[in-house]
Design a protein around this ligand. Structure first.
Ligand code: AMP
Length: 335
C-alpha cells in the first residue's frame, strides 16, 4: 500500500509532516533547510505555539482518536510522516501501524515495542547484553525493576530490593509487566541513524535524561521515579565507541533478520554502563528520540565524523529524504 502511495507522489511537492510535540520543531526546521514543505499536526491546545515559527508552512488541528482521515489528507499532500514517541502515544500503536501515509523508518517495530517481552527478545536476538528477566519472584536473586507494559515518560515502574519485597508488591498487580534485574551504573542513550542511501549505521549522538525523583532534591524522602523533564548532552569515552557502534549495527541486522526489511532512519538504544565499562541495553526506540533535541540547531559532535558540517537529527533526516528523492528511492526509507 505504501509503495503504491509513494509511486503516486509528486516529488517536487514532497512535504515532511510530524505531530506537533516531542521533536517536531527539530524535525521540521531540518526539513525546511532542505526546501521541503512542512506540516505540523497539532492538538488544538498547542497549535498556537507551532504557528509562530516561520519554518512550519501549515499547522493542522486534528483529532488523534481517529487518525485515518488525517493520514489520508497527509498522503494527498505528498507528505512523509516522521514518527516520534508522542505520535505513537497520541494515536496508539494500532492506528500508527495502519495509518495510510508513508512513514519514515520501520513501522512494524511499533508493534514489537508495545510488548516488553518482544522488545527484549529483539535485543537478545541481536546479541546485545540485556538485563536478566525473571519469570517470577521466586527466581529473583537481587534488586529488580518492574515495568508495566506501556510504561512511558518514566511512569509505570517500581523497584524491589529482594524476592520478599517483590512478592508483596506483585500481589496487587494485575497489569501485564516484566521483572528485570536492576543494573547498577550510569544511564546513557545512544542515537543512531541507519542510512539506506549510504549503506551504513551512523552513531549520531547521545544524551542522558533529567528525571524527577532520581535527579531531584528528594533527600531520600520519596520513592525513586523517572519522569523525564528534559535531556542533557553527553559525549562518551572514545574507548566505548566501538562497542556502541557494534550494538547499533547488531540491532539493525536483527531488524533485517526478524522483519525482513532494512533498518532505516533514526533509532536509539538505551543503556546502563556499569563500572567495569560493560554496556547493558534495557530498551530501544525504533524512531527519533527526544534526546536528539540536545543538539538541535548546533549539530551533534558526532555528525562531523560523517559530514563536512555539523548536523542535527532533523537535518540528517531531511538529508536522507532529499537524497532518496533525487535517486527516486523514497520507498527505501519509509514503510
Ligand atoms: P525508560 O523509561 O525505559 O527509559 O526507563 C526509565 C529509567 O529506568 C531509565 O532512565 C533507567 O535509568 C532506569 N532503568 C530501566 N531499566 C533498568 C534496569 N534494568 N536497570 C537499571 N535501571 C533501569
Amino acid at each position: 500500500m505504501i509503495e503504491r502511495l509513494i509511486k503516486g507522489y509528486d516529488l517536487d511537492k514532497l512535504a515532511v509532516a510530524t505531530i506537533a510535540s516531542h521533536t517536531a520543531l527539530h524535525i521540521l526546521r531540518g526539513a525546511k533547510l532542505y526546501g521541503f514543505r512542512t506540516i505540523a499536526v497539532a492538538r488544538p491546545n498547542t497549535a498556537w505555539f507551532y504557528r509562530q515559527f516561520q519554518f512550519i508552512d501549515e499547522v493542522w488541528e486534528a483529532d488523534f482518536s481517529n487518525f485515518r482521515p488525517v493520514a489520508e489528507r497527509l498522503s494527498r499532500q505528498n507528505a512523509v510522516l516522521v514518527p516520534h514517541g508522542s505520535y505513537v502515544e497520541y494515536v496508539g500503536w494500532r492506528q500508527a501501524l495502519e495509518a495510510p501515509v508513508p512513514t519514515l523508518g520501520v513501522r512494524r517495530l511499533i508493534e514489537i515495542e508495545a510488548d516488553q517481552f518482544k522488545k527484549m527478545g529483539l535485543l537478545e536476538r541481536a546479541g546485545i547484553p540485556t538485563p536478566r528477566v525473571y519469570n517470577s519472584a521466586d527466581e529473583v536473586t537481587g534488586p529488580v525493576i518492574v515495568k508495566l507494559f506501556g510504561a512511558k515518560g518514566g511512569r509505570g515502574y517500581f523497584f524491589a530490593r529482594d524476592k520478599r519485597e517483590l512478592a508483596e508488591r506483585l500481589a496487587n498487580l494485575a497489569e501485564p509487566h516484566i521483572i528485570q534485574e536492576y543494573v547498577f551504573g550510569v544511564p546513557a542513550y545512544y542515537h543512531y541513524f541507519a542510512s539506506p542511501m549510504y549503506s551504513r549505521v551512523e552513531i549520531f549522538g547521545m544524551d542522558i535524561r533529567y528525571e524527577t525523583n532520581v535527579d531531584g532534591r528528594t533527600f531520600g524522602l520519596v520513592e525513586p521515579s523517572f519522569v523525564v523533564v528534559g535531556n542533557l548532552p553527553l559525549v562518551l569515552r572514545e574507548s566505548l565507541l566501538p562497542t556502541v557502534q557494534r550494538y547499533g549495527e547488531a540491532f539493525a541486522k536483527a531488524v533485517r533478520e526478524t522483519l525482513g526489511e532494512d533498518m532505516k532512519g533514526p533509532y536509539s538504544l538505551e543503556s546502563i554502563i556499569k563500572d567495569d565499562m560493560s554496556i547493558v541495553v534495557f530498551e530501544f526506540s525504533g524512531r527519533i528520540v527526544a534526546g536528539t533535541n540536545v543538539y538541535m540547531g548546533v549539530g551533534s559532535p558526532y555528525s562531523v565524523l560523517y559530514f563536512d558540517k555539523p548536523m542535527d537529527m532533523g537535518t540528517r533526516i531531511a538529508h536522507e529524504l532529499d537524497e532518496a528523492r533525487k535517486r527516486g528511492a523514497l520507498e527505501r526509507i519509509v514503510s
